[in-house]
Design a protein around this ligand. Sequence first.
Ligand SMILES: [Zn+2]
Length: 223
Amino acid sequence: MKRKMILLALLVSIMITGAFVMNKCSIAKKISVSVLNPKDDTQNDWRLILVNDSHAVPMNYQFELTRLSNGICVDSRIYPDLQQMFDDARSSGIYPVVGEGYRTHEEQQNMMQNKIDSFISEGYSEKDAEKLAQDWVAEPGKSEHELGLALDINADTSLSSDEEVYSWLAENAYKYGFILRYPQSCEYITGIDYEPWHYRYVGIEAALEIYTKQITLEEYLCG
Ligand SMILES: [Zn+2]
C-alpha cells in the first residue's frame, strides 16, 4: 500500500512537472508568429531589437564591434558582460568558447547560398533546394547574428563537454544579460528549432524576466 502511495505521488509530481513544461510558451500558442509585433517603445532599445522570420535587421543599423581573442566579433556594448560570464564560468570549472558571433549580411548570404548549393548537389531542384535551405539557415537580413548581439557558445572540448557548457549557460547566462533564444518546444513562436548553444544579449533586466517566466523574446516583447 505504501509503495502504491509513493508511486502515485511520483506520478502526480511528474504530471505537474509535465504540465509546467507543456505550459511553456503557451501564452502565444493561439497566435501565429507572423502577427506577433513588438510594442513600438521596446524597439528603441538596442538590446531588445527583435529579429526573426518576420522582423528584419533595421535598415542602416550601425554599431561598434569588439574583436575577441579568437577573431570573432561582437557588439562592443555586450563585451563587458560577456567577459564576466566567461570568467565566472571558468572559475566554476566550465570552459565555454564563442564559435559564432557577428556575421555580416554578405556572410549570411554566402551561408544560405552554400546550403542551397549543397541541396542542389544532392539532386534537388533549385526551388526545392531554396525551400529546404531556409529550414537550416536564416534568410539574409533576418539572422540575429547580423545584430552582433547573438553568440553560438560551445565547449573548449579539451576541458569541458558541450553538455556541461549548455547546462551551465541555461542556469546562469541570464545573470549576465543573455537568454537562451530558441528554447525547446517554442519553435512555433521563434520559428527556429531548439538551439542550446545560441544566446542573445537582451540586458540583465529583460533576461531576468524572460528566465523567470520561462518565455521567449517574442512573448516578452509582444505579450
Ligand atoms: Zn546562432
